[in-house]
Design a protein around this ligand. Structure first.
Ligand code: 4GP
Length: 829
C-alpha cells in the first residue's frame, strides 16, 4: 500500500516539476528568458555576471515553487512551528548551495556550458551575504540548512541590514574597515513582500484607560516605523521542503508624523521620514561586547516586534485561544539579542488581548528557549534603564513587574539573602541602572542551552551559578554542529565524490553518521592516494589564491598551517605569531644541514578585528610585520612563509578550509564556548592543533587524542594558574620571542609595546607564557607526523570519518526533541 502511495506522490511530484523542468535544455531556456526579460540584456550578448543573475533567477523560480508547496502544506497540517529569532545570519553565497540542495548542480553546469559559460566562474560572481559577525551568525545559517533538510516546520527571522559586516582592507599592514553595501548589485535570492508589513512603535508614553470597568495600560507611541518583509527561501537537501528566512527592512511609516506635513515644511518632512530607514541600515560589528547604544536597542525591538506581529497573525488565522499558543509555537532566542520578545509578548497578551497577568505569564514561560554563546561577563547584554524607558516605556514597566514577582519568589525560596537577590535581579543597581537581558531571559525561558558540554559546566558553575541553583532542570547543552552540505558538498566537491565512492552511497549527505564507514578504509593505500590527490589540488587552488591576493608564492609541498577566525585575545592569534617567530629564530640559527630537516610551513592567518578593538588590530599589524621580515629573508626561503588572508568571510573559508593541512584552535581553556571552525576543518580532513576547550574536548573524545595535536592548560587548571601568574612557568624561549618584538626586531617598537607589556609576568591573563612550551611541543609533533605520509593521511581520513557528530543535523535533532518539541513535517510532493 505504501508503494502505491509513493507511486502517487511521485506522479504528483513529476507533475509539479512540470512547472519548471530541470533538464539542461529547460534550464537554458529559463536562463535566456531571464537574461532577456529580468536582467534586460540581449540573449546574444551577456557576461559572467549577467549569466549569474539569470541563473540565480531561474533557481529562485524553482525555490519559490517549493516554498509555496511547503508553506501550504504547513498551513494545512498546522504543526507546532519553531521560530528562530536571530539578529545575525551569515549566509554566504546562495547559488551553489541552492543548486546542490535542489539536486540540479550538474544540469545547471551543463546548461551553462552549452551557453558558453562555466559554472564555477559564474558562481564566483556572487557576493557574500554577510549579515552577521562570526560563530553565532554562521551557526544560525548552518542550523537553517539543517532545519530545512530535516523537514522541520521552522521559520527564521532577522534583520535585512543594508550594510553587512564591514569589508576588511589591509593597508601597510593595518586593518581599515569599509562598508559592505552588499545590495548594490541586487539580490536575486530575496523576495520583497510589499504587502507583508507591520508598524513598529517607539517612544511616547503609557496611559491608563478604562475597559469594561477595568483599568488597562495603553502605550501611545511617539514614532512609528514600518517593517517590510523580505523572504529568503532556504531549500533542504533531498526533500521538497523549502523554509523561509524572513528579514525585516525599515521603511518610513504612512502613519508617521502627520503633524510635520501640516506645517508646510514639506521637503524637511520627507527628509526626516527617511531617517526611519537607518534602523535596519547597519550591522554592529562588535561580537561579544555591548555598549548599550540606542540604535542597537531600536534594531532589536524593531525586529522582535515585526516578527511577533507576523507570528501572532499566523497563529490567529486558525486559532482563537491563546492557551494553545505554546502548543503551536516555539520561540528560540539566539543569544539574548532578541530577548525583548519576552516583555513584548507579555504586552500583547495583557494590553492588547486583555489576558490576566498570571495567565499571560504562564503562556510566555512555555514559549521561549535561549541559547547562550558566551562565557565572558562582558558578553552579557545590559541596557541602561533610562534608554529603555524612553524608547520602550511600557516594556520597562513590564520588566519591572516581571522582576517584582521574581524577587518575591526568590525571597520565598532563599529567604532574605540580599546579596543573592541583587545578583539575580533583572535590574542592576549601580552607577548606571540597567536591565540585565540574560537574567530576564533565564527567568522566562523554559530551557537555557550551552553550545558544548564544557560551556554548560561554565554556565552552571560561573556565569549563571545562582540561576542553576534555583532551576537546575532549565540548563541543557547541545553541542554545536555545522552543515556538511555547505562545508563538504559545496566547498569540496572532489572530496565529496571520493567519500561517496568509498562509502558506496551519497546517503551520508543526509545521514552523516555514515561517514564513520570511512574508518575501515583509513589505512587503505588506494584511498590514501586518492585522498592526497584531492587534498593536493585543493592546496594548489589555495596557493594560487594566496599569490593573487598577496603576491607571495607558496609551495604546495609545505604544510599549510591555518588559523582563521575573528581576532580575539582569548583565541590567541598572538600565541600562534610568537610560535612562528620562534620557528623563524630557530631556522636563522641553524646550519645548512639542520635546515634540510626542517618541515616547510606556510602559516596562514585570517580574520577581522572589531573596529574599536585596539589590541586585536595590533595583532593584525604584528602578523604583517613578522610576515614582511620572514617572507623576504633569503635564509629562510620556502621553509617558512607567513600569509595574512584579508577579508575572511564565508566564501573565502570555502576555499581556505579544504586546502589546509593543519588548523589551530588554541583559545585559553574555558574561553571558547564551542568553536565551529574546527568542525569544518575536521570534516575536510584537516588535522587539528588545539587546546582542550569548548567543543574541541568532544572532538578529542570522538576521534581520539592520537589523531590530533593537543596542548595547554585544562579548563579547571586555569583559575589557579592565573592566581600564580605565569612568570614562573613561561619557558625561556617565550621571553626571547617577546623580547624580539619588544626590541623592535620587526619594527613598530612603540606600537607593539602594549602587546608585549600585557604578556609580562602576572599580566599574562590568557596564559600564553604558561602554554608556550607545550604549544611548541605539539607543533613539533605535527612536524613529525607530517613527514610520515601514511600516518598523516590516515589521521586525516579518520578526522573526516569522526566528524559526523559535529553536523548541525545532530544538533538540530536534539533541539527539536529536547527543547522545542517539534516534529518533522515533510511536504509530500
Ligand atoms: C560564538 C562563540 O564564541 C563560539 O565559541 C561558538 O561556537 C559560536 O558563538 C556559536 O555558538 N559567539 C559569538 C558571539 O559569535 O557573537 O557571541
Amino acid at each position: 500500500e505504501s508503494g502505491e502511495r509513493r507511486g502517487k506522490a511521485e506522479r504528483l511530484f513529476r507533475l509539479m516539476d512540470g512547472f519548471r523542468r530541470n533538464d539542461p535544455v529547460s534550464l537554458q531556456k529559463d536562463i535566456l528568458d531571464h537574461v532577456e526579460f529580468t536582467v534586460a540584456r540581449s540573449r546574444f550578448n551577456f557576461d559572467d555576471f549577467e549569466a549569474y543573475q539569470a541563473l540565480s533567477h531561474s533557481i529562485r523560480d524553482r525555490l519559490i515553487e517549493r516554498w509555496h508547496d511547503t508553506q501550504q502544506y504547513f498551513k494545512r497540517k498546522d504543526p507546532k512551528r519553531l521560530y528562530f529569532l536571530s539578529l545575525e545570519f551569515l549566509m554566504g553565497r546562495s547559488l551553489s548551495n541552492s543548486v546542490i540542495n535542489l539536486g540540479i548542480r550538474d544540469n545547471c553546469a551543463d546548461a551553462l556550458n552549452q551557453l558558453g559559460f562555466e559554472f564555477e566562474v559564474v558562481a564566483e560572481q556572487e557576493g557574500d551575504g554577510a549579515l552577521g559577525n562570526g560563530g553565532l551568525a554562521r551557526l544560525s545559517a548552518c542550523q537553517m540548512d539543517s532545519l530545512a533538510t530535516m523537514d522541520f516546520p521552522a521559520w527564521g527571522y532577522g534583520l535585512r541590514y543594508q550594510y553587512g559586516l564591514f569589508r576588511q582592507v589591509i593597508f601597510d599592514g593595518f586593518q581599515y574597515e569599509q562598508p559592505d553595501y552588499w545590495l548594490n548589485f541586487g539580490n536575486p535570492w530575496e523576495i520583497e513582500r510589499v504587502h507583508v508589513s507591520y508598524a513598529v512603535k517607539f517612544y511616547g508614553n503609557v496611559e491608563e484607560e478604562l475597559l469594561n470597568g477595568e483599568k488597562c495600560k495603553v502605550w501611545v507611541p511617539g514614532e512609528m516605523v514600518e517593517a517590510v518583509a523580505y523572504d529568503n527561501p532556504i531549500p533542504g537537501y533531498g526533500t521538497r521542503n523549502t523554509i523561509n528566512l524572513r528579514l525585516w527592512a525599515a521603511k518610513p511609516s504612512d502613519q508617521h508624523d502627520m503633524e510635520s506635513f501640516n506645517t508646510g515644511d514639506y521637503i524637511n518632512a520627507v527628509i526626516n521620514r527617511q531617517g526611519a530607514e537607518t534602523i535596519s541600515s547597519v550591522l554592529y560589528p562588535d561580537d561579544r561586547s555591548y555598549q548599550g547604544k540606542e540604535l542597537r536597542l531600536k534594531q532589536q525591538y524593531f525586529f522582535v516586534s515585526a516578527s511577533l506581529q507576523d507570528i501572532i497573525r499566523r497563529f490567529k488565522d486558525s486559532h482563537s485561544n491563546f492557551d494553545e499558543f505554546p502548543d503551536k509555537v516555539a520561540l528560540q532566542l539566539n543569544d539574548t539579542h532578541p530577548s525583548l520578545a519576552i516583555p513584548e509578548v507579555m504586552r500583547i497578551l495583557v494590553d492588547e488581548e486583555h489576558l490576566e497577568w498570571s495567565r499571560a505569564w504562564g503562556i510566555v514561560c512555555k514559549l521561549f528557549s535561549l541559547t547562550s554563546h558566551t562565557v565572558l561577563p562582558e558578553g552579557l547584554e545590559k541596557v541602561p534603564v533610562d534608554l529603555l524607558g524612553s524608547l520602550l516605556p511600557r516594556h520597562l514597566q513590564i520588566i519591572y513587574d516581571i522582576n517584582f514577582f521574581f524577587m518575591e519568589d526568590l525571597k520565598k525560596h532563599f529567604g532574605l539573602d540580599y546579596d543573592r537577590l541583587s545578583r539575580m535581579s533583572i535590574v542592576e543597581e549601580g552607577a548606571v541602572k540597567s536591565i540585565r537581558m540574560a537574567n530576564l531571559s533565564i527567568v522566562c525561558c523554559h530551557t537555557v542551552n550551552g553550545v558544548s558540554r564544557v560551556h554548560l559546566e561554565l554556565l552552571k558553575t560561573r556565569v549563571f551559578k545562582d540561576f542553576y541553583e534555583l532551576w537546575p532542570q532549565k540548563f541543557q547543552f547541545k553541542t554545536n554542529g555545522v552543515t556538511q552540505r555547505r562545508w563538504i558538498v559545496v566547498s569540496n566537491p572532489s572530496l565529496c565524490s571520493l567519500i561517496s565512492k568509498w562509502l558506496g552511497t551519497e546517503a551520508w549527505i543526509r545521514d552523516v553518521d555514515l561517514l564513520l564507514g570511512l574508518r575501515e578504509h583509513a589505512a587503505n593505500a588506494d584511498l590514501q592516494q586518492e585522498w592526497n590527490m584531492v587534498r593536493r589540488v585543493n592546496k594548489m587552488r589555495l596557493a594560487e589564491y594566496i599569490e593573487t591576493m598577496s603576491g607571495i608564492k607558496v609551495s604546495p609541498d609545505a604544510m599549510f598551517d591555518v588559523q582563521t577566525k575573528r581576532i580575539h585575545e582569548y583565541k590567541r592569534q598572538l600565541l600562534n605569531l610568537l610560535g612562528i617567530i620562534h620557528r623563524y629564530d630557530c631556522i636563522k640559527n641553524m646550519n645548512m644541514n639542520e635546515r634540510r630537516k626542517v618541515v616547510p610551513r606556510v602559516c596562514i592567518i585570517g580574520g577581522k578585528a572589531a573596529p574599536g578593538y585596539e589590541i586585536a588590530k595590533k595583532i593584525i599589524k604584528l602578523c604583517h610585520a613578522v610576515g614582511e621580515k620572514i617572507n623576504n629573508d633569503s635564509d629562510v626561503g620556502d621553509l617558512l612563509k607567513l600569509v595574512f588572508i584579508p577579508d575572511y568571510n564565508v566564501s573565502v573559508a570555502e576555499l581556505v578550509i579544504p586546502g589546509s593541512d593543519l588548523s589551530q584552535h588554541i583559545s585559553t581553556a574555558g574561553h571558547e564556548p564551542s568553536g565551529t571552525g574546527s568542525m569544518k576543518f575536521l570534516m575536510n580532513g584537516c588535522l587539528l592543533l588545539a587546546t582542550a576547550d569548548g567543543s574541541t574536548i568532544e572532538i578529542i573524545e570522538e576521534i581520539g587524542e592520537d589523531n590530533m595535536f593537543t596542548f595547554g592548560a585544562k579548563v579547571h587548571e586555569v583559575p589557579a594558574l592565573r592566581e600564580k601568574g605565569s612568570a614562573l612557568t613561561a619557558p625561556l624561549q617565550f621571553a626571547r620571542v617577546v623580547r624580539m618584538v619588544r626590541d623592535g626586531y620587526f619594527g613598530f617598537k612603540d606600537y607593539f609595546k602594549s602587546l608585549c607589556d600585557a604578556l609580562d609576568g602576572n599580566g599574562d591573563f590568557y596564559l600564553l607564557g604558561h602554554d608556550f612550551g607545550s604549544y611548541l611541543e605539539a607543533q613539533a609533533e605535527a612536524d613529525k607526523a607530517f613527514v610520515d605520509r601514511e600516518k598523516w593521511t590516515r589521521m586525516s581520513i579518520l578526522s573526516t570519518a569522526g566528524s559526523g557528530r559535529f553536523s548541525s543535523d545532530r544538533t538540530i535533532g536534539e533541539y527539536a526533541e529536547k527543547t522545542w518539541g517539534i516534529e518533522p513535517c515533510r511536504c509530500p510532493f
